[in-house]
Design a protein around this ligand. Structure first.
Ligand code: ADP
Length: 266
């Protein structure tokens, strides 16, 4: 029996080490493919139940008895906002997972920054107005650059949304767009809570939130600026912040001008 067991253990050990060595030898392309598959599957698996939950909540809200019950309505409202928050978190996490695995294709389109900025401001205006915050856009009538339109819009959205989130009621948020000889620039200036100097280097880290933001019910999850940083990185640019506590913050993005565009515009 002992000999039999010893042979069995040895067999299992050999099999395991064979499998592990096979895994270690897995070609990079296979690992990449599997990562890509995982991100695709995870995206489907995580999003589907969330959207089912959201439509179920919508249906419940309209059910007889619930509509007239303030407590039930309040509970459903909380559930809805948490499901929405979770949906945002899932899409941010998947975005970063895709970025890590290199499966995100970057497009190079000719975009008018002024138009994109107007659209982003328009979509954020109800949120800003609810907090009596006013947007000011300073930009030339047309500001053509080459970049990935969706990502640049996302970058503007993250910076402007943060400016609103971290400002007291009644503040101003200024978005300035400019184009220099070699680069183009986005600057978002708010009159908000500001960021402590020790925290300024950490805010671009994943999941980092300052203590001040944690204590405020602001609904973030600390991934916005890491996505912003990734977007700036793929455009070969830089992002920085200048801030003073209780005075406000200015986020500045500089992106080198694509030579092809400069030629195309001449
Ligand atoms: P989130 O806003 O979801 O917490 P972000 O990655 O966008 O995540 O930001 C990280 C942290 O940086 C925030 O939690 C907040 O502490 C700080 N921060 C970002 N933008 C601002 C701003 N405009 N003013 C003050 N603090 C900010």
């Amino acid at each position: 029996v002992l000999i039999g067991l010893a042979i069995l253990f040895a067999g299992v050990a050999i099999l395991m080490s064979y499998m592990m060595s096979k895994k270690a030898m897995e070609p990079i392309s296979t690992a990449f493919h599997r990562q890509k598959e995982f991100v695709g599957d995870a995206s489907h698996e995580l999003r589907t139940p969330l959207s089912v939950m959201l439509s179920s909540i919508d249906a419940l809200e309209m059910t007889d008895g619930v509509e007239e019950d303030p407590f039930a309505r309040k509970l459903l409202k909380n559930m809805k906002s948490e499901v929405k928050r979770m949906t945002g978190l899932v899409s941010d996490l998947l975005m970063l997972a895709r970025a890590d695995s290199g499966v995100v294709k970057q497009s190079h389109e000719l975009i008018d920054l002024h138009v994109e900025a107007r659209n982003v401001i328009e979509s954020l205006t109800p949120h800003a107005e609810a907090n009596r915050i006013v947007f000011h856009l300073h930009a030339p009538d047309e500001i053509n650059v080459i970049g990935d339109r969706e990502r640049i819009k996302q970058l503007l959205y993250i910076l402007l949304d943060n400016a609103v989130k971290y400002s007291p009621d009644g503040g101003n948020v200024a978005l300035t767009l400019s184009k220099e000889e070699r680069e183009w620039r986005i600057s978002v200036k708010d009159e908000g809570i500001g960021i402590h100097p020790d925290e300024q280097v950490r805010i671009f880290d994943r999941f980092y939130r300052s203590d001040k933001s944690r204590t405020r019910a602001l609904g973030g999850h600390g991934l916005g600026l890491s996505i912003a940083k990734w977007i700036v990185d793929i455009h070969k640019g830089t992002i920085s912040v200048e801030s003073e506590l209780n005075k406000g913050s200015t986020f500045t993005v500089n992106i080198p001008l694509d030579q092809v565009v400069s030629k195309a515009r001449k």
